[in-house]
Design a protein around this ligand. Structure first.
Ligand code: ADP
Length: 493
C-alpha cells in the first residue's frame, strides 16, 4: 500500500490541470505572435516559401528524394486528382565514406546517380526520349527532403547550417544544398529540376491536405515522433518579419498572390525559459544531463525521444526511495503459485542507464489490461532484467506511464489548440483540419483522446469547438508531401 501511495503522489506531479492548459495556450499565442514579428525568438516561425496547400484535385507525376540519417530514398508520386496517389520507391543506405568525405560533390553525385538509376528503371521511356531528343519531354519537378539544419531562403534554396547524425563534410556548410544537388543532376543530364526544399512537417501538412476528404484545405501539420514540430497556414500579411527577411535576402522570389505563407513553428523550443511548462524533478535532471540543456524544453516533455527517459528517471527515484514500506523492484517477497519468490533487479538493468527505456514501452504498459499486468511484468523481465516483479510494482509503473503520457498529450493540445485559435478557422470556416504523423500519436493508446479532452477544457475551443476539429494521420509526408510542395513550387513559377 505504501508503494501505491508513493506512486500516486509521483503521478500527481505530472498532472497538468485545466488552468495550466489555458496558461500554456496564452503563452503559446504570445510566442507565435512574437515569432512572426522578429527573428531569434523561442518559436522561430520560419517562413517556408510554400504559399499554397493542395485540396486533393491536383494531378501529375513528381519526384521526391529524402536524405535522412542512414538512407537515401528516391520516389515518384503520381497524383490522381481525387485525393489518391500511387508511389514507387527505392531506398539505399548512404555509404559511411560519403558522410565523412572532404568533397560535397561526392555525396551529391551519389544522390544524382541514384536518381538516374531510378529514372532508368521506373521512367525508362521518359528518360530515353530525353536523352535522344533533349527538349522533347518535360522536366520532372523534384522535392528534396533534407533532414539537417538548413537556413531556408527560398522555396528551392537553403544553406546548410551544420551537419548532424554522423555527417561531416565541411565543404558543404553554408552552401545551398538544392544547388549542390542540381549541379550533379545537370552533370548527368537528367530531366529533373530541384523545385523545392522540403521540411518534413510541411510535408505532413501537404500530405494531409491532399488526402483528406472534401475540398477544404488543412490548417496544420504536426509531428509527434522522435521530436515534435508543427507547420501551419498563415496569412502572409501576418508574417510581419517578412519585409525584413526579404531585404536581407535581396528580394527572394516567391508567389505572393495567394496571400498565404506556410510557417514552420519549430515549436520544440516553445517556452524554453519555462514560464509555463511543467517542471518536475525528472524533467529537470533529464535536461541537466542532456547534451543541450535549456533548449527544446517543450520537445523534452512531449516527444518520443524523451518520454521513455522521463519514465526511467521517475522509476529510478521510486526504486531509490527509502521511506519505510516502499520497496519498488527490489527486496520483496511475494507468493506466486504457492512458491515464495523475491524480486531482484540486475545491476546492469537499463533502469540505471541514461536513455535506457524506449518510449514504445510506455505504449505497451498503457495498453496492458492483462490479469495482474502480466504483460508489464514480462517487459520488466525481458527489457529491465527484473526477476519476479510483483503486481504492485507493475501497478506503480502503469500509474507513472499514464501520467507521463497524458501530460505529453495535454501539452500537445496546447500547441495544436493555440494554432487553431490563432487561425480563427472554427469561426470563419466552421472547422479546422489537422494532419498528424509520428509513432507517438500513431501508437500511444488514447493519445488523440487525451488531446481532445484537453481541447474541451481550453477557452476559445471548448466542447463545441472540439467537435469541429478534425485530426487525421498523414502518412508518407516525406514522399507525397515533398511531391506536393514541388507541385506548388512549379505552379508559382
Ligand atoms: P521519426 O520521428 O524519427 O521519423 P517515428 O515517428 O517512428 O520516427 O518516431 C520514433 C520515436 O517514436 C522514437 O523516439 C521511439 O521511441 C518512439 N516510438 C516508437 N514506437 C513507439 C510506440 N509504439 N509508442 C510510442 N512511441 C514509440
Amino acid at each position: 500500500m505504501a508503494l501505491e501511495k508513493e506512486a500516486k503522489r509521483m503521478a500527481a506531479e505530472f498532472e497538468y490541470t485545466k488552468d495550466d492548459l489555458n496558461k500554456g495556450v496564452k503563452e503559446f499565442l504570445a510566442e507565435m505572435e512574437e515569432g512572426l514579428e522578429k527573428q531569434g525568438t523561442h518559436l522561430s516561425q520560419i517562413p517556408t516559401y510554400v504559399t499554397a496547400v493542395p485540396n486533393g484535385t491536383e494531378k501529375g507525376t513528381f519526384l521526391a528524394v529524402d536524405l535522412g540519417g542512414t538512407n537515401f530514398r528516391v520516389c515518384s508520386i503520381t497524383l490522381h486528382g481525387n485525393h489518391t496517389f500511387s508511389l514507387t520507391q527505392s531506398k539505399v543506405a548512404v555509404p559511411r565514406t560519403l558522410m565523412e568525405t572532404d568533397s560535397a560533390s561526392e555525396l551529391f553525385s551519389f544522390m544524382a546517380k541514384q536518381i538516374e538509376t531510378f529514372l532508368k528503371q521506373h521512367h525508362a521511356d521518359h528518360y530515353e526520349t530525353h536523352m535522344a531528343k533533349p527538349g522533347e519531354v518535360s522536366y520532372f519537378d523534384l522535392g528534396f527532403t533534407f533532414s539537417f539544419p538548413v537556413e531556408q531562403v527560398g522555396i528551392n534554396k537553403g544553406r546548410l547550417v551544420r551537419w548532424t547524425k554522423g555527417f561531416s563534410i565541411q565543404e558543404a556548410i553554408g552552401k545551398d544544398v538544392c544547388e549542390l544537388l542540381q549541379k550533379e543532376i545537370k552533370a548527368l543530364n537528367l530531366p529533373v529540376k530541384v523545385s523545392a526544399l522540403v521540411n518534413d512537417t510541411v510535408g505532413t501538412l501537404m500530405a494531409r491536405s491532399y488526402t483528406s476528404p472534401g475540398k477544404e484545405s488543412t490548417l496544420l501539420g504536426a509531428i509527434f515522433g522522435t521530436g515534435t514540430n508543427g507547420a501551419y497556414v498563415e496569412k502572409l500579411s501576418a508574417v510581419k518579419k517578412m519585409a525584413m527577411i526579404d531585404e536581407q535576402e535581396g528580394g527572394t522570389k516567391y508567389d505572393r498572390s495567394t496571400g498565404l505563407m506556410i510557417v514552420n513553428t519549430e515549436w520544440g523550443s516553445f517556452d524554453n525559459s519555462l514560464k509555463v511548462l511543467p517542471d518536475t524533478p525528472y524533467d529537470q535532471s533529464l535536461d541537466r544531463e542532456s547534451n543541450n540543456p535549456g533548449i527544446q524544453m517543450f520537445e523534452k516533455r512531449v516527444s518520443g525521444m524523451f518520454l521513455g527517459e522521463i519514465l526511467r528517471r521517475a522509476m529510478l527515484a521510486l526504486h531509490n526511495h527509502s521511506s519505510p514500506g516502499v520497496s519498488f523492484l527490489k527486496d520483496k517477497s511475494s507468493a506466486d503459485n504457492d512458491m515464495t519468490t523475491t524480486t531482484t533487479i540486475d545491476p546492469d538493468s537499463v533502469l540505471f542507464k541514461q536513455w535506457g527505456i524506449d518510449t514504445s514501452v510506455l505504449s505497451i504498459v498503457e495498453e496492458d489490461q492483462s490479469d495482474h499486468l502480466r504483460i508489464t511484468k514480462q517487459i520488466l523481465e525481458k527489457d529491465l532484467m527484473v526477476s519476479s516483479a510483483a503486481t504492485e510494482d507493475a501497478i506503480a509503473i502503469k500509474m507513472l506511464v499514464h501520467a507521463i503520457g497524458k501530460r505529453a498529450a495535454r501539452l500537445a493540445a496546447v500547441a495544436l489548440g493555440a494554432v487553431v485559435i490563432e487561425s480563427k478557422r472554427l469561426e470563419t470556416e466552421g472547422f479546422a483540419d489537422i494532419g498528424v504523423d509520428g509513432s507517438l500519436v500513431e501508437y500511444y493508446p488514447g493519445f488523440e483522446d487525451y488531446i481532445r479532452e484537453a481541447f474541451r477544457e481550453i477557452e476559445g475551443i471548448g466542447p463545441e469547438g472540439e467537435k469541429k476539429i478534425r485530426i487525421g494521420l498523414a502518412k508518407d509526408g516525406s514522399g507525397l508531401g515533398a511531391a506536393l510542395i514541388a507541385l506548388v513550387a512549379h505552379q508559382a513559377e
